[in-house]
Ligand binder design. Structure first.
Ligand code: FES
Length: 106
């Protein structure tokens, strides 16, 4: 599946939960799209600690996502756990940036 978004939909240094669509609404699959300093990344949207949403977490200046619930820290580019309590890395999705659009591949 491919998710296409407009770059302008996500301001720099913010992240939004979006969905891969597979035809039927109940088959949609969430993905966290991150604009980090103008570059786009896509990751699994739920923290691997307790499965809670990362969307309301924050982005650090050195490229990490901090979970808003218990403070786990993940690398935006690789999804790797930088600090717990989470132990498993986040899945990352392939992203291709076009001039005004971003394509995310499941
Ligand atoms: S759910 Fe993210 S640190 Fe607990």
């Amino acid at each position: 599946m491919i998710l296409k978004i407009k770059k302008n939909d996500i301001p720099p240094n913010s992240m939004v939960e979006m969905y891969f669509q597979n035809g039927k609404p109940w088959e949609r699959k969430p993905v966290l799209v991150v604009n980090y300093k103008g570059k786009f990344f896509a990751l699994e949207p739920f923290c691997t600690h307790d499965g809670l949403s990362l969307e309301d977490g924050f982005i650090t200046d050195d490229g990490k996502i901090v979970c808003p619930w218990h403070g786990s820290v993940f690398d935006i580019q690789t999804g790797k756990v930088v600090d717990g309590p989470a132990k498993r890395d986040l899945k990352v999705y392939k992203v291709i940036e076009k001039e005004k659009e971003v394509e995310i591949y499941e």
